[in-house]
Ligand binder design. Structure first.
Ligand code: NAX
Ligand code: ADP
Length: 310
């Protein structure tokens, strides 16, 4: 029986009711022509994820840099770091305001620290395999300068939260960000970045157009998260549930996606794996928890991936 796009949207309109969704990323559509809308299945994840390798070491799994946090939203940086850590990055470094250093060393002793002033030493940033900017960063002058530095660095980055809001006012930065970056907006951040939308159908059409134009992946978060690739195809994530609707959950997702980029997955594969395991960890916890905190979810990720691979 055909599945239609409207089943994955909180609103519905004539267009989404008619749009068929392919089940699985590789299958042809119902009328021999594949649909741009595809529902991710567990077999797709099995085809993408790689096991931890024999004789591997921390250098095998990449070094991630997280540029996040401000005085009152340091937790967002720590949650992003925990998503990255539990997602299996070999090394994780955070660049937070110095006032967060004690909290970092107490909560996540595995994670290293980079002074904010070092972010302007562009050459030293080349050693990182993945860079993320935004969670809890604020929109003040310093945050804008850091975004500018990363555009000059010209490497793909993961962009979330306040960094998205900064880009919404700076087309010059948005259009010059390296291709194969990953944007992770929720509905409000998406509309702030690309303009107000009356329906989810319209929002998806803008997402497809902008992902192609920017040559990057857009992760539009919702109950069913849409991963829009550089060709404008839309992958629908089936995992996740309302027990996950608590602050900081998106920060953990951002860290998890960054961990997969650090491990060498493409932007599209990292986004798919990140969304799938983030939601699946939430689904496993929801079997015994009415609601789930972001920290709890982060710690569940390696358990979920292990049981999935069995
Ligand atoms: N512990 C921490 O330090 C935390 C810091 N955070 C950071 O704080 C900054 C600001 O976060 P705010 O929560 O104030 O602002 P946001 O821009 O994240 O959210 C603004 C509003 O949008 C609404 N919204 C979000 N997703 C929606 C959806 N799918 N459908 C409809 N409405 C939706 C929310 O209810 C919220 O009122 C961000 O940088 C964020 O990363 C948050 O991540 C929460 C935790
Ligand atoms: N009802 C839900 N069903 C599935 N996933 C959800 C649900 N509520 C929240 N999530 C997930 O939690 C995350 C919330 O992200 P976001 O709004 O950016 O949170 P925050 O800014 O607080 O970190 C997204 O990945 C979203 O898909």
């Amino acid at each position: 029986m055909a599945v239609f796009l409207s089943a994955f949207l909180p609103d519905s309109d004539a267009s989404s009711k008619l749009q068929v969704v392919d089940e699985g990323l590789e299958k042809a559509g119902t009328e021999n022509e594949s649909s741009p809308y595809k529902l991710i299945e567990s077999a797709d994840i099995k085809a993408i994820i790689e096991p931890r390798k024999p004789f591997s070491h921390k250098g095998t799994y990449g070094h991630a840099l997280i540029v996040a946090g401000a005085l009152k939203t340091m937790g967002a940086a720590l949650l992003t770091a925990s998503g990255c850590l539990y997602g299996g990055a070999g090394l994780t470094t955070v660049s937070i305001p110095e006032s967060g250093l004690m909290a970092l060393n107490t909560a996540l002793p595995e994670v290293m620290y980079l002074e904010r002033s070092h972010l302007i030493k562009i050459k030293s940033l080349k050693k990182y395999n993945a860079i993320v900017i935004g969670p809890g960063l604020g929109k003040l002058f310093e945050a804008v300068c850091m975004m500018e530095e990363l555009v000059v660095l010209n490497v793909p980055v993961v962009v979330d939260a306040d960094a998205l809001n900064i880009l919404s006012k700076r087309d010059d930065l948005l259009l010059h960000l390296a291709k194969n970056s990953i944007f992770t907006p929720h509905l409000k951040e998406f509309d702030c970045l690309f303009g107000e939308h009356k329906s989810w159908w319209d929002r998806l059409q803008t997402g497809r157009r902008m992902a192609k134009k920017l040559g990057s992946v857009i992760v539009l978060k919702n109950q069913y998260t849409f991963i829009i690739d550089q060709q404008g195809d839309v992958m629908i994530n089936p995992t996740g549930n309302p027990a996950m609707s608590q602050g900081g959950m998106g920060d953990v997702l951002t860290g998890l996606i960054t961990a997969y980029v650090a491990q060498g997955y493409s932007a599209k594969a990292a986004a798919i794996l990140g969304c799938y395991f983030h939601g699946r960890a939430g689904d496993e916890l929801a079997l015994s928890h009415h609601n789930i905190t972001a920290s709890q979810l982060a710690a569940q990720i390696p358990v979920t991936v292990k049981s999935f691979l069995k």
